[in-house]
Ligand binder design. Structure first.
Ligand code: URA
Length: 188
């Protein structure tokens, strides 16, 4: 049986698909995946080539690292919701301001529908767009930030750790803190 949140997510899907014309290099929309009632949500930057081809978030190299990090803290991917700020493959790797602005209203709608307790922001783009454009992930990673009744937890983007293995132990430690945070929220 399709639940109410799932239905609401489906209805914004139709609107998001209309944005495809602004992303000439993209084959598919990458909306998000996971539980529509997740207490924990992950927000990345934008799909890469593999995600674009499959229409699924975080299935490439950085996605495989994200899966490992989740397994490391005993969290099943199907119990969380994973998406990105931008829902299509950006024209030039890093999303432009316009590409971000086109997709952002739908990220807010996804958050509003799912109502997670904790949102893990993966990388600077998610951090800057969702919390504050002046924050730097290198300064605030692993430190929860409260805003509008949601606890945001910034982490390095797994793609950064794919490029620089020194970040892997930092990400592992931050995910351990994230697990403790989600556990505390369950009982508050
Ligand atoms: N990086 C992201 O930010 N999102 C994806 O879906 C894949 C890689």
């Amino acid at each position: 049986m399709i639940d109410v949140n799932q239905q609401k997510l489906k209805s914004i899907e139709i609107e998001i698909l209309k944005l495809k014309k602004y992303f000439p290099g993209a084959k598919n929309a990458v909306l998000g995946e996971g539980s529509p009632k997740a207490r924990l949500m992950f927000i990345g930057e934008a799909p890469g080539r593999e995600e674009d081809l499959s229409g699924r978030p975080f299935i490439g190299r950085s996605g495989r690292l994200l899966t490992k990090l989740l397994e490391g803290i005993g969290v099943d991917k199907k119990d969380v919701y994973i998406t990105s700020v931008v829902k299509f493959l950006p024209l030039k790797g890093t999303p432009s301001r316009k590409e971000i602005e086109l997709c952002l209203p739908y990220l807010w709608k996804q958050i509003d529908i799912i109502k997670p307790k904790v949102i893990c922001l993966l990388g600077n783009i998610a951090l800057n767009v969702v919390i504050d454009k002046n924050l730097k992930i290198s300064k605030v990673h692993g430190r929860p930030q409260e805003k509008g009744g949601i606890t945001y937890f910034p982490c390095y983007h797994p793609a950064a750790a794919v490029r620089n293995a020194n970040l892997i132990p930092i990400l592992r430690e931050d995910f351990r803190k994230l697990k403790m945070l989600v556990k505390r929220k369950k009982f508050s």
